[in-house]
Design a protein around this ligand. Structure first.
Ligand SMILES: [Zn+2]
Length: 289
């Protein structure tokens, strides 16, 4: 598996000429007050413009001229002064090696916060059908949990297996609107409603000392197009209209309040700052070392 990944990384870096060489391209760290947020890369990739709903040929020509755009899959590790928290669990591809490189064992993870239950976010939660994080409480929006429990078993199998395996370790909650972000789920962490991509899709707003940081899950899948054109949804969105509304609202908020963000499908280092761009669009500037 690891060998395959190294080979595919090699392939990707040959394909993407503007990737700069990184000492350790799987890990990136950023301090938010007394918290530390660490990108755990599950892999970098290029996605095809066929996932974009109603993108015009002008948009494709301008932002994805070869028909592809950079993408990635990430989980994030959050270290607070007293808790070790995983935010989503990726495919489970590099996750455990990445955690190990941060001197974190699966047993030491206290909490897993889930943005939603697509396979590339919950894949690392089970290991050979058994729970991979034996001491963790799993937090998920009640709406998201119920959506997956009520979906047909063919599409919901992976999520339902996770829910069954972790049983009473699930903590269900109702996310709050951005305007009510003083309501905390855990100390320094608010769960923000970002519905649309899935019915209970949740972003997590971190606050420590005077710093804020938003981990926005799958609010975007195609940064190259969805930042200048947040009105473009993707075929993975369960409710594309709601997904567009959530994206516009959150982009406006983080740009206005200068809150840095991280996303599960933003190319490495997967963190950056959002500013207003032209015609209702936005610009994203990646955080550098
Ligand atoms: Zn998703």
């Amino acid at each position: 598996m690891k060998r395959y990944f190294i080979l595919s990384l090699l392939f990707v870096s040959i394909m993407v000429t503007n990737i700069t060489a990184q000492e350790n391209a799987d890990i990136f760290k950023f301090a938010v007050g007394s918290f530390e947020v660490i990108t755990l890369s599950e892999g970098q990739q290029k996605s095809g413009s066929s996932i974009l709903i109603d993108a015009t040929s002008e948009m494709i020509d301008k932002y994805a001229p070869d028909g592809t755009f950079p993408s990635a899959c990430n989980a994030f590790l959050l270290k607070t002064p007293d808790k070790t928290i995983l935010i989503d669990a990726g495919f489970g591809r590099n996750l455990f090696e990445n955690l190990k490189s941060q001197n974190v064992t699966a047993e030491e993870v206290d909490i897993v916060l889930l943005t939603h239950m697509h396979g590339d976010h919950i894949g690392g939660l089970l290991h050979n059908g058994k729970i991979a994080f034996p001491n963790a409480q799993l937090y998920i929006a009640q709406l998201e949990h119920d959506y997956w429990m009520n979906i047909d078993s063919r599409r919901g199998e992976q999520a339902q297996n996770v829910i069954k395996a972790y049983k009473d370790k699930f903590q269900l909650f109702a996310p709050v609107d951005l305007q009510n972000s003083t309501n905390e789920l855990l100390s320094g962490i608010s769960a923000i409603a970002a519905y649309g991509h899935t019915p209970g899709h949740t972003a997590y707003l971190l606050k420590s000392e005077n710093s804020q940081f938003l981990i926005w899950g799958d609010l975007t899948h195609a940064m190259a197009i969805q930042m200048p054109h947040p009105e473009i949804a993707v075929t993975y969105d369960v409710n594309p209209e709601d997904a567009v509304m959530a994206r516009k609202k959150i982009l406006e908020y983080v740009a206005k309040n200068r809150i840095p963000v991280a996303g599960m499908h933003i190319a490495f280092p997967a963190m950056g700052n959002v500013t207003e761009g032209a015609n209702g669009g936005y610009k994203f500037t990646a955080i550098k070392n």
